[in-house]
Design a protein around this ligand. Structure first.
Ligand SMILES: [Zn+2]
Ligand SMILES: [Zn+2]
Ligand SMILES: [Zn+2]
Ligand SMILES: [Zn+2]
Ligand SMILES: [Zn+2]
Length: 288
């Protein structure tokens, strides 16, 4: 992975761009919103996210343990990420369980569903075939064999229960509050799913046992991207805390201006930071 160093001004515009992406996702259809469009988008969507946020987790019903908290980059059974599913709702219908269908063109996934990972790969079905060998629609029948009665993985989760005993749970804020579960702070970002804090990244059983040993290393691509996500949110959180301290006139000895940051460029469509700056400031970013 290539590392580049950029100066403070560029890092600010990169921050701005990242913030834009966390809020807008791909909903600009590939053309950056103008400043006016961006403001309008935020005005419409941010209050919805504050009021109607959905919390997505993977766990055994009745056990109360959330074995996996689903974040923006967490893969679905259909192979697409959580952020590629419908996550914004103007109104939440009470009662009926919410299904979060995939929005990728051609994908027939009707409800976001987490698949436990075995190492870095989704765990296999009882029929021995991979998750991807099964239909993403309906009950996930196997495309490779006739004996499969729908994807079910016997893989044992860290909690000791087989994967098939788990469900992907979609909850509203009210439902979680009623059960005394954490809801985290209000965030304007798209597809935050079940992430409610900065320890949310670890699987449930790791969170509980955090003091008992070194954290597990995972080679999973998904996990790495989630870590990037979380370090981003952690940084934003720390910055906000510092800003709060400043505005309250408290001692702020620990505030350090970082004039350089290191950025990993893992994206195919990276523009230079200067580009980001001019793009984000443009009032008409239409390229054709
Ligand atoms: Zn999909
Ligand atoms: Zn899906
Ligand atoms: Zn199967
Ligand atoms: Zn099969
Ligand atoms: Zn579990």
């Amino acid at each position: 992975m290539e590392k580049i160093k950029i100066d403070k001004k560029a890092s600010q515009s990169l921050d701005k761009y990242l913030e834009y992406r966390r809020i807008v996702g791909d909903e600009d259809g590939g053309t950056l919103f103008t400043q006016a469009q961006y403001e309008q988008y935020k005005k419409r969507v941010v209050p919805q996210r504050m009021n109607n946020r959905l919390y997505v987790s993977f766990g055994v019903p009745g056990e109360g343990l959330e074995c996996k908290l689903v974040g923006p980059e967490t893969q679905c059974f259909c192979s697409h990420r959580y952020k590629q599913h419908r996550t914004d709702f103007e109104v939440l219908s009470s009662g009926a369980p919410l299904a979060l269908p995939c929005q990728v063109k051609g994908c027939r996934c009707t409800a976001y569903q987490y698949v436990a990972l075995s190492g870095s790969q989704p765990a296999r079905c009882r029929c021995k075939h991979k998750a991807e060998d099964h239909s993403e629609a309906g009950r996930h029948f196997c495309n490779m064999c006739a004996s499969c009665s729908g994807f079910q993985s016997p893989y044992t989760c860290g909690c000791g229960q087989p994967s098939y005993a788990h469900h992907t749970l979609v909850e509203t804020r009210q439902q979680r509050l009623a059960e005394g579960k954490p809801v985290g702070r209000d965030v304007p970002y798209k597809a935050m799913g079940g992430l409610t804090g900065f320890s949310s990244l670890a699987d449930g059983y790791l969170r509980l046992d955090a003091h008992q040993g070194p954290e597990k290393q995972s080679a999973s691509e998904t996990r790495r991207e989630e870590e990037d996500d979380m370090s981003y949110f952690e940084r934003r959180y720390q910055e906000r805390l510092k800003a709060d301290k400043i505005s309250k006139g408290l001692r702020i000895k620990d505030v350090r201006q970082t004039s350089r940051i290191t950025v990993s460029t893992g994206h195919k469509d990276d523009h230079g930071p200067a580009d980001l700056h001019s793009n984000i400031k443009q009032t008409n970013g239409c390229g054709h």
